[in-house]
Design a protein around this ligand. Structure first.
Ligand SMILES: [Zn+2]
Length: 113
């Protein structure tokens, strides 16, 4: 096994150097992104917002714009639910966390996405 040094930095640095995991093309020339957006995937600009619509004022905190495959999205949602100590769900690329968790989620997502 190769010896790995610590502090070697991020595996990827720029979009140009990234290879799309779906089609194995450089991200710059891949078409998956467009398809993802058409399918409701995020654009990588993560937004945290609240919604109380149809929930009798209790509300949920929504995390939108996450550009993650469904499996990672689910894993992230699970982790966030645990850290918030509340329930939640994933709907069409949007993570819903119960209650007003905006500040906590901002902290948790910092450096993660
Ligand atoms: Zn691709």
């Amino acid at each position: 096994m190769a010896k790995q040094t610590k502090n070697s930095g991020l595996v990827y640095s720029t979009d140009a150097g990234r290879i799309c995991p779906k089609c194995s093309r450089p991200v710059a020339s891949c078409q998956c992104k467009k398809q993802q957006q058409a399918a409701g995937r995020g654009d990588g600009k993560v937004r945290i917002s609240r919604s109380t619509k149809g929930r009798k004022g209790k509300g949920v905190t929504l995390i939108t714009g996450l550009d993650l495959p469904p499996d990672e999205l689910k894993a992230l949602a699970k982790e966030l639910k645990q850290k918030c100590g509340t329930g939640g769900t994933v709907k069409q690329g949007v993570i819903e966390i119960q209650g007003d968790q905006q500040e906590l989620l901002k902290e948790l997502l910092r450096g993660k996405v």
